[in-house]
Write a protein that binds this ligand. Structure first.
Ligand code: C5P
Length: 237
């Protein structure tokens, strides 16, 4: 296992502006791993990645590319220049698209290459929508596994998935295939709008490589203490 896929808690910076995000990350005097998604990235611009990297933190740039292979290759190149540590795309874009992005990373000269992972099915997509709107008439879990397999065969390092899907994916695609799992709640935490949640301890036992945690940390009265508790529970240290 290389340095890139040491297990860690990734804090979702779901903030609407740079200032709030920067004030939040400044609370941490040791480097952490954060996720910058579309809300913050589109509001603050690419410089937010640089600012947070300059504070010493690692960045999962969650921009979920989905376009023609040539455009996704270009977007990947742009993110490489930003210095992201993990980036992602939609497996639904197909294997040519995924391969174009993976090749871009492979051929780049940067020393510290990011992990490239795929979103399989969004958790907002349910079985009914899969059938009625996407016209896919097989069980959701089977599409998730097939998309994950396509991602692996296209040279990707892993997938974003529910912790509840980790075992099936790793059993089929190997322990080294990385799983990044949101939908995490401490045992005593509020579930909010997440439907199927798993505790940090359960995520560890299941074998998640990274857990993505937002509100249980960002909305905590003491975010640093909440982060350390969740980290301790997940890492088992
Ligand atoms: O606040 P909370 O812990 O629910 O945040 C989880 C983060 O993970 C959010 O940024 C959310 O967009 C993201 N996410 C998710 N479920 C997915 C994919 C991403 O909750 N399937």
């Amino acid at each position: 296992m290389n340095q890139k896929n040491a297990k860690a808690v990734i804090v979702a910076l779901d903030f609407s502006n740079a200032q709030t995000a920067i004030e939040f990350t400044r609370k941490f005097d040791k480097p952490i791993f954060v996720k910058i998604g579309m809300e913050l990235f589109y509001a603050a611009g690419p410089s937010i990645v640089d600012e947070i990297k300059k504070q010493g933190h690692k960045v999962f740039l969650d921009l979920k590319f989905h376009d023609i292979p040539n455009t996704v290759a270009g977007a990947t190149r742009s993110c490489l220049e930003l210095g992201a540590d993990i980036m992602n795309l939609h497996a639904g874009g197909g294997s040519k698209m995924m391969r174009a992005a993976a090749e871009e990373i492979k051929n780049s000269q940067i020393p510290d290459k990011p992990l490239l992972i795929a979103v399989t099915q969004l958790t907002s997509t349910d079985q009914q929508m899969l059938k009625a709107e996407l016209l896919i008439d097989i069980p959701m879990e089977d599409t998730v596994l097939a998309y994950a397999e396509n991602a692996k065969n296209s040279g990707l390092n892993g997938v974003v998935c529910s912790a509840l899907e980790v075992r099936r994916i790793k059993d089929k695609l190997g322990e080294d295939f990385i799983t990044v799992t949101p939908g995490i709640r401490p045992a005593d935490g509020e579930i909010g709008d997440q439907a199927r949640v798993v505790t940090p301890q359960m995520a560890r036992e299941i074998g998640s490589d990274y857990i993505v945690v937002g509100r249980p940390i960002t909305k905590a009265i003491d975010p640093v203490a909440a982060y350390h508790q969740i980290s301790k529970d997940f890492l088992g240290e």
